[in-house]
Write a new protein. Sequence first.
Lengths: 165, 112
Amino acid sequence: MKKAQDFALLFATLLLFWLLLNGSVAVDVVLVGIGVALLIPFLFRDSLAVFSELRVTPQALMAALAYAVYFVKELINANIRLARIVLSPSLPVEPGIVKVRTRLKSKMGRLLLANSITLTPGTLTVELDDEWLYVHWVKVESADVEAATTSIVAGFEQYLEVMYG
Amino acid sequence: MSMFFDLLGGLLLVCGAAFLLFGGLGLVRMPDLFNRIQAGTKATTLGTLLTLAGVVCLRPEWGFKLLLIGLFILFTNPISSQVLARAAHRSGTKMSDKTCVDKLEEDFGEKP
């Protein structure tokens, strides 16, 4: 059952990408797309398992939406802060690498978390080691693990936890 | 209506270009490699996304492809930055004198 669901999810994702890339729903385009989208999950279904960790429940979808909104807000916020640092003559940076911990278990959840951290205010994931993330911070607010975790990770984690667990 | 979208598209393009400019400035001004990567990643991501959004307003028929480009940028940009930063740290790149803490060095300090 789980296998069939993975297969269907991967098939749908691939077909959607194919259609977006072609920008048309002509019969031949759709047929080729269906053929390829059936073949790829069949050949690579184990190595593409990252998709299958996504939970498909109404709560997860709501969390995904909230996550997207929060992410865009943080991305814009990150850029404005960066612009302010770069444009100020004194260049107020206080860089350092801090260590934070995540509660997320799934690979895909951790990947998204690491990516989100990289794209948001002043932080850049440097290394992942199980539940520990090493994050480069342009302006270190606290070197303490707990405080840094609250400040960097918690915002995204609350949504990703519902989506992936 | 088309006038409105032309204006909006132009505005988005200008904003995107401005963020790309800040990113470039950051590359020049930041004190060490890690800070430069930070400036490069964030500014280029938002700058490129805004530019793409601007193009969508001017050329709506390209929308789907531009959306795909945006998605790929969102996923690949941070990964490449992270791998660059990790490689740099592992090969012992010097960090700026302003650096106040390096937990990674403390935990994995002994170089092979």
